[in-house]
Design a protein around this ligand. Structure first.
Ligand code: ZN
Length: 289
């Protein structure tokens, strides 16, 4: 059996199965303190031992450098109780190899293997929700540098006349996440984007900002496809608008597939994260074997 955890700011989704597309048991656990949540996570997996490997696709920031003594530990997350919490340490009693990656890299892996990224050599996965993040996978492996990518914090231009909202990122104010995440939309307009869906200018503005992320991905990573998931992306009309903005910004400079092939919603829906987490475990088993 393989195990997977999609670790998010509000819930942990734990799953076991023989393969990422054959999940046999699943449990959703609320994200409370690390002590409480990890205790419930261990209880779930103990009922399914032995595990060949466990994959964790986690919210961040998180230390992913295999040489680091803090590998698999959360870094300066705004969730203070979770700072320095380590998946490797907390789950060591399960006695199996543990692979840790970001939630978006995990989702990208799951989508590349089983979802809307099948057939793509290089795939980018973007989530637009409580935060904004992007993961990139190339031939079944996620890409990182000295740390994982932080593309939610690029700085799209903001016209103060069109958008007087100064952004909500504690570090940057009007970075992409500060302007286009769910909390930014709520603070600016007092409602979620899908509740404003008659309001075309709001969709147009958010799509402009997200188009800059797709532009950056298209130029830096040359993906075959970019998937846009997360709660904000469920707004009708938004993904279509992001396609138009992206192609306008790219300006034909690089060759891209047709807009509706290049930018798509995830194929696994809300399961992308947990399927990706089990896929991380499967990769680890392959390496070990
Ligand atoms: Zn920021």
């Amino acid at each position: 059996m393989l195990g997977g955890i999609e670790a998010g700011g509000t819930k942990f989704v734990c799953a076991v199965g023989e393969a990422p597309d054959r999940i046999e048991d699943k449990l959703v656990i609320p994200t409370e303190t690390p002590e409480k949540t990890f205790s419930a996570v261990r209880d779930f997996f103990r009922a399914h031992l032995p595990l060949e490997a466990l994959g964790v696709a986690s919210f961040g920031p998180i230390d992913l450098s295999p040489a680091s003594s803090a590998y698999g530990a959360l870094l300066n997350t705004p969730k203070l109780a979770w700072r320095n919490a380590s998946y490797i340490k907390a789950l060591s009693t399960l006695d199996c190899p543990i692979a840790v990656d970001t939630d978006v890299n995990g989702a990208a892996l799951g989508e590349q293997t089983y979802g809307a990224g099948q057939g793509c050599d290089t795939l980018a996965y973007v989530t637009v929700g409580t935060g904004i993040g992007a993961g990139v996978v190339h031939q079944g492996k996620s890409l990182i540098g000295a740390g994982h990518y932080e593309l939610g914090h690029i700085r799209p231009p903001r016209d103060p006349e069109r958008d007087p909202y100064e952004g909500c990122c504690p570090s940057h104010g009007d970075c992409l996440e500060g302007l286009a995440s769910g909390p930014a939309i709520m603070e600016r307009w007092g409602a979620a984007l899908n509740e404003l869906s008659g309001l075309a200018p709001a969709i147009d503005l958010i799509a402009d900002y997200l188009g800059h992320l797709a532009l950056t991905l298209a130029l830096a990573h040359r993906p075959d496809r970019i998937l846009f998931g997360g709660g904000v992306m469920k707004t009708p009309g938004l993904i279509e608008s992001v396609r138009v903005k992206t192609f306008g910004l790219v300006g034909g400079y690089v060759d891209l597939p047709a807009p509706d092939r290049f930018i798509q919603p995830p194929g696994l829906g809300d399961d992308a994260g947990v399927v990706g987490a089990v896929r991380l475990a499967e990769n680890m088993r392959t390496q070990a074997g």
